[in-house]
Design a protein around this ligand. Structure first.
Ligand code: ZN
Length: 172
């Protein structure tokens, strides 16, 4: 019952516009085809990280284990694809809240091979979704429940920084 809360409390919205000083990623100018390639290319790196020893160890109490970070990335990819599909289907949809802490309660008992496999599937699905988007649709928007607006392009850039930051977190 004592799952540490908010190991991943960061709000990366600023990272849509500028370089992250910690992981060095600058997603602010990336277009959808480039982002698709980056998401696809990240999956083998996470899979490699998951195949190393000690993936369930939290090296620092304020950080997740490799397994937890990778499980989170899998879910993040899935949520991002869902939100982008919604923005393509509807005008200015409001996204469901994603409770990251509730999702994380199952991460430490996940099967690493399954996580690697699922993460790969989600990365490919997001990449295909981005590649299928007509350039005139990249500025279609959606809103989070707190009212923050986001375009498809911004959502993809936001997700890429999040994924890249976790590549950095897991040393991949
Ligand atoms: Zn970063």
């Amino acid at each position: 019952m004592s799952h540490p809360k908010i190991l991943h409390a960061a709000d990366w919205r600023w990272a849509i516009d500028r370089r992250c000083a910690e992981c060095g990623t600058d997603a602010s100018r990336l277009d959808l085809p480039t982002l698709a390639g980056l998401f696809r290319g990240s999956a083998p790196r996470f899979a490699l990280a998951l195949s190393a020893p000690g993936i369930k160890v939290r090296k620092d109490p304020g950080r997740w284990s490799v397994l937890e970070y990778c499980s989170h990335v899998r879910d993040l990819l899935s949520v991002t694809t869902g939100r982008i599909e919604l923005m393509l289907e509807q005008d200015s949809p409001v996204f469901d809240d994603w409770n990251q802490d509730a999702a994380a309660t199952h991460y430490e008992t996940a099967d690493p091979l399954e996580v690697a496999d699922q993460l790969g599937g989600e990365a490919r699905l997001l990449a295909r979704t981005l590649e299928s988007i007509d350039p005139t649709d990249v500025h279609r928007r959606g809103r989070r429940s707190d009212g923050t607006g986001l375009s498809i392009l911004a959502a993809a850039r936001y997700a890429w920084h999040d994924v890249a930051h976790h590549l950095y977190d897991v040393g991949a």
